[in-house]
Design a protein. Sequence first.
Length: 184
Amino acid sequence: MQFLKSKVKGEPERLIQHLQISSTNYALSWNILNHRYDNKRRIFLSHLKNILNIPAIHQKSANHLKRIHDTTYESVNAIKNLGVDVSTWDPFLVCILAEKLDSETNDDYMDSLKAPRELPVLKEFLQFLENKFMSLEISRKKQDNSKTSQFQNNHVNKDTHNHNYSKPLNHKFKQSYNNYSANQ
């Protein structure tokens, strides 16, 4: 009972806070929580809405494509875990999700289809998204590394440039010091 109480927060915590910690109240707490939250219809609708409410993207971005991929993957698997047969959902889901892609990525997806006259398969669509966002992440890292190299090269050139000016100053300082010492 103590473990259960330590793991719940917010509304679930308020539902069982009045119960004292005891072995008999554990079963009661569990029943209260199950009665409130073991609602397959609500859980199903929540996951379906997660898919339907994925925002459309207007510009190709690794993060946006990853969000579409991950939200779809997680939600479909959660719906499967509820005992819902989603094996026939592929054409509907792919159609809905492809509409959320920016036009360039959507064109790339259409070009990637092995059998463009057949019904789309969700697994293939998700694989396309994964390949695309991984490719975008790699190209972004290359661009970032290139920018870092350019910055470092500019910084090194400035240091070298400044270093060349410091030699005459050191030389003049030494001459002034030597002249001062000689006059003393």
